[in-house]
Design a protein around this ligand. Structure first.
Ligand SMILES: NC(=O)c1ccc[n+]([C@@H]2O[C@H](COP(=O)([O-])OP(=O)(O)OC[C@H]3O[C@@H](n4cnc5c(N)ncnc54)[C@H](O)[C@@H]3O)[C@@H](O)[C@H]2O)c1
Length: 434
């Protein structure tokens, strides 16, 4: 099938490359000429494991192209995916749908013949209705259907998630559109990934419900971790003790500095706003969002406490800046709140991240960037592990201790074992473990 993918970011580029790899003919469109020029030079503008090879292969085999010219891409396409950003709107936390609506207008002007317009961006309930209205208003003669197909991939494992999803959600009541969606995803459901067809509004809500539930799970274990610290219990044992219960499940029960990233913070806020607008407030998610946003800065205070109550004039080394490992994405990363809290308290911050330092430069100020973990630790009065990249999991502890000015380690991801750290002579603080 011929596919146009509008927006070549984390979701659009991965989805476009994977659809091409299934054998479809995909044209990825982005309004950012720098991104498209880079892609056309064979460079990948984001860090996502395996994406460079997948893109190169499908470009070489003539199934994947890149352009800034939306109308050219849309004109020939049977399916047009909207995969543009839906960030939080400044001021009120609603999803900012201006990019989606602009894309809808541009698509309407360009489409030719029966076209399925698929919203892959995470959008509030009712957005599909509005996209349909916009297209109809722009092109009263057009033959089209608007489908919701939310994306559940995780950055850092995006290709595997797209190719082996737990499920594919398709929101449409239009039979012809359903046929097109089935055809697009055929390689996956032949592979036994369930394809769930439901109403468009239900599909839109399903995406928010999934993210809000996962955010709730993380926040739950984080609060249990705080209690563990007070009562002398171990949150990892609690997490295992409850996670092995199939009704609960072991995933998303890792206590840490609070969730961040490009999805959970904005999607929980948007769900809260939608629910309030419909007078069906979801109080549990309201609490989750409030607890999580306070937690990130509280982690800065945890570091200050580990340093004896003050970091003024001290240097703190931070390992890991991105919101999780295996991405370069800094959006809403907990490191931002931790570092800002430390700087506000008078600390100098040095940082190292395997992939995120370039993106970090535009969101953090007055941070000195290091070449590697030991360079980061050199002369520092404390080291904080914020993001659990694999390269931080097996540090040479003797070398680390000799490199630091003071042997204080705050491990916000519980990567190391407290006994081992104490044996090496560290003052070691982690999350939910005494
Ligand atoms: N990042 C994730 O892990 C993830 C996972 C699931 C769902 N989502 C959702 O997918 C959507 C996209 O997220 P993302 O992380 O890929 O965002 P992103 O910011 O990485 O990419 C969006 C791209 O769209 C482009 N764009 C915006 N308006 C355009 C237009 N009118 N025409 C052409 N290009 C346009 C931007 O230049 C940008 O490159 C969001 O709604 C997000 O919530 C993201």
């Amino acid at each position: 099938m011929r596919v146009a993918m509008i927006g070549a970011g984390y979701v659009g580029l991965v989805s476009g490359a994977c659809f091409a790899d299934f054998g479809h003919e995909v044209c990825c469109v982005d309004k950012d000429p720098g991104k498209i020029e880079a892609l056309n030079r064979g460079e990948i503008p984001i860090f996502e494991p395996g994406l460079d090879d997948l893109v190169a292969k499908n470009v070489r085999e003539d199934r994947l192209t890149f352009t800034t010219d939306l109308s050219q891409a849309v004109r020939n396409a049977e399916a047009v995916f909207i995969a543009v950003g839906t960030p939080s709107r400044r001021g009120d936390g609603h999803a900012d749908l201006s990019y989606v609506y602009q894309a809808a207008r541009d698509i309407a002007a360009a489409m030719d013949g029966y076209t399925v317009v698929v919203t892959k961006s995470t959008v509030p309930v009712g957005t599909g209705d509005e996209v349909e209205r916009i297209i109809r208003e722009t092109r009263p003669d057009a033959d089209f259907a608007v489908v919701s197909n939310p994306e559940f991939l995780r950055e850092g494992a995006a290709i595997a998630d797209f190719k082996r999803p737990d499920r594919i959600v398709v929101g449409t009541e239009d039979e012809r559109a359903e046929g097109v969606m089935n055809e697009l995803y055929r390689p996956l459901y032949l592979n036994q990934s369930p394809l769930l067809t439901m109403s468009r509004r239900t599909a839109e809500l399903t995406k928010y419900a999934a993210n809000a539930f996962l955010a709730t799970k993380i926040t739950f274990i984080n609060e249990i971790a705080d209690l563990c610290e007070q009562v002398g219990a171990n949150v990892q044992d609690v997490a295992r003790g409850i996670g092995l219960d199939n009704r609960i499940g072991a995933k998303f029960l890792h206590a840490g500095p609070g969730y961040g990233g490009s999805c959970f913070p904005k999607d929980t806020l948007a769900l809260i706003k939608t629910a309030q607008d419909y007078e069906a407030p979801i109080r549990i998610v309201e609490t989750v969002a409030a607890v999580n946003s306070q937690r990130k800065r509280a982690m800065g205070r945890k570091v200050i406490a580990a340093c004896g109550g003050s970091v003024r004039g001290k240097t703190v080394a931070v390992l890991g800046l991105t919101f999780k490992p295996n991405t370069d994405d800094m959006r809403d990363a907990p490191s931002i709140d931790v570092i800002t809290a430390l700087q506000d308290a008078g600390a100098q911050v040095k940082a190292y991240d395997p992939e995120g330092m370039e993106a970090a430069r535009s969101v953090l100020t007055d941070v000195a960037y290091a070449r590697d973990p030991y360079d980061c630790a050199r002369g520092a009065d404390a080291l904080v592990l914020v993001t659990e990249w694999d390269t931080f999991r097996a540090l040479d502890l003797s070398r680390l201790k000799a490199t630091l000015a003071a042997p204080v380690v705050v491990d916000l991801r519980n990567v190391y074992r407290p006994e081992e750290m104490r044996r090496h002579g560290f003052t070691y603080v982690s999350v939910g473990r005494s």
